[in-house]
Ligand binder design. Structure first.
Ligand SMILES: Nc1ncnc2c1ncn2[C@@H]1O[C@H](COP(=O)(O)OP(=O)(O)O)[C@@H](O)[C@H]1O
Ligand SMILES: [Mg+2]
Length: 282
């Protein structure tokens, strides 16, 4: 049995949010995102699907890509889907994303749409036609922003996307990545790949998106041994880990460390035991 060390606790405030902690690893994933950003900046719109189990680091990776984009002068619009207890709020993440733009730059049609005032169907405009006008206006927002600076649209957790959000995203992806289209736009979608019932419509929708040209997929895997060590080390500099390959998600590693830090070396047995698991040799 390898000797375990209880590191000294430090008194620095704990980083709380995904993007507060330094990013560990993910070089290959970031290379795919960088390539998509380069293509989009040159006028070939790109889509990246970021897949992985809960807590694996999809949001952290996406936050890194978004920060890089902003630093390079990109405009970043972002929204996230919710796991609602009941019903759905159509288009919620895509409406949220538009709020990242100054409201006075939006067309009256989109401003009305954001405030929940749907266009009345009339003999000239059926409900479908009204929806089509909103879709076209949304596409124009993405296209119009791109001549001055490239634009990234990030939608997180699309495994919870409502039907309207999926339809509008399909429309945008199809229009932006058509062979003759030119648009300096990158779309990043994240989703949990471990949570789809067979035959789920969302799984089919993602499968169709993935088959389109200009769409690449990044599968976020658990961090390797050295990277778990780096993650813990960034949180607690005196930590050593000896695991060859971690089956913990970065979130699990982090929450064990948090529990350990709260209760300290003299704290609860369970918490000390789980933290020590990270340090045990195989
Ligand atoms: N590559 C990484 N380096 C450092 N911390 C990470 C990394 N990936 C994830 N984390 C941390 O793990 C936790 C869960 O990650 P998150 O991105 O929210 O997972 P997901 O979006 O896949 O559910 C966050 O606190 C995040 O800071
Ligand atoms: Mg997430």
């Amino acid at each position: 049995m390898a000797e375990r060390q209880e590191p000294e606790r430090n008194n620095e405030p704990m980083p709380r949010r995904a993007w507060d902690a330094p990013l560990v690893g993910r070089a290959a994933e970031l290379a795919t995102l960088d390539e998509a950003m380069r293509a989009a900046a040159d006028g070939t719109a790109a889509v990246v699907l970021i897949a992985g189990e809960a807590g694996i680091g999809k949001s952290r990776l996406t936050a890194e890509a978004a920060n890089r984009a902003r630093a390079d002068g990109w405009q970043v619009l972002s929204g996230g889907c919710l796991d609602l207890a009941e019903g759905s709020v159509p288009y919620l993440p895509l409406m949220d994303a538009l709020h990242d733009l100054p409201i006075d730059t939006l067309s009256p049609l989109l401003t009305r749409w954001l405030s929940g005032v749907a266009e009345e169907p009339s003999p000239q405009h059926s409900e479908d036609a009204a929806r089509g006008r909103v879709y076209a206006a949304y596409l124009e927002v993405l296209r119009a922003s791109s001549p001055n600076s490239p634009l990234a649209l990030v939608v997180e957790d699309v495994h919870w996307a409502d039907r309207g959000t999926r339809d509008l995203l399909s429309y945008l992806v199809r229009a932006l990545t058509a062979p003759t289209a030119r648009a300096r736009v990158l779309i990043i979608l994240t989703y949990r790949s471990d949570d789809f019932p067979r035959g789920s419509p969302i799984r089919r929708w993602l499968g169709e998106l993935a088959r389109r040209p200009s769409v690449s997929r990044v599968d976020v895997a658990p961090l390797g041994r050295a990277e778990v060590g780096q993650q813990l080390n960034a949180l607690e500099p005196s930590t050593r880990t000896r695991r060859r390959r971690s089956f913990f998600t970065p979130r699990a590693t982090r929450s064990m460390w948090r529990n350990w830090r709260r209760s300290g070396p003299l704290g609860s047995q369970g918490c000390r035991r789980s933290y020590a698991t990270l340090q045990r040799s195989e």
